[in-house]
Design a protein around this ligand. Structure first.
Ligand code: C2G
Length: 130
């Protein structure tokens, strides 16, 4: 079974590892689409703290991840799902319902987000340190 998930994974934290490990547990191969810096700017209106190259390096170093690629556009998901012969698409439940239309190509599963941690909060905490 091939599993795919997508994300920016900026300022890598335990919430990211939880979803990646849970996704990997569903099949034999986990493929991760890491948002390009440009796509992240479009989605969130800011440049990631860690650049695309470093975010890819971090994700590809994880033992639960088999393959990574740069997600260049949100509109290409159907193509990635077909190209990588994906059986299951996994996302956190902040995306609940948003990817249901891909169920014509593969199973779509949303896992609950890890509570009380996010890249945005970490940035705020670090900024507040004097
Ligand atoms: N996540 C989580 N728990 C957290 C924080 C994040 O489970 N506390 C999950 C998110 O739900 C997502 C993944 O970790 O499935 C990556 O999170 P982000 O880097 O914030 O991903 P995002 O920028 O939302 O990109 O095409 C979809 C996008 O590329 C998703």
């Amino acid at each position: 079974m091939n599993i795919i998930t997508f994300g920016t994974f900026d300022v890598f934290h335990v919430g990211h590892i939880h979803i990646l490990e849970r996704a990997a547990g569903l099949g034999s191969k986990l493929i991760v689409g890491v948002s390009s810096d440009q796509l992240n700017y479009k989605k969130k209106g800011r440049t990631p703290v860690y650049c695309e190259k470093d975010r890819l390096k971090i994700i590809s170093s994880l033992s639960c991840v088999d393959e990574v690629f740069v997600e260049e556009s949100l509109e290409l998901k159907a193509q990635y799902i077909k190209d990588y012969e994906i059986d299951i698409l996994v996302m956190g439940d902040d995306w609940e319902g948003k990817f249901d239309h891909f169920s014509e190509f593969c199973q779509v599963i949303y896992f609950p987000r890890t509570p009380s941690i996010s890249t945005t909060e970490i940035i705020e905490v670090v900024k507040a340190i004097e």
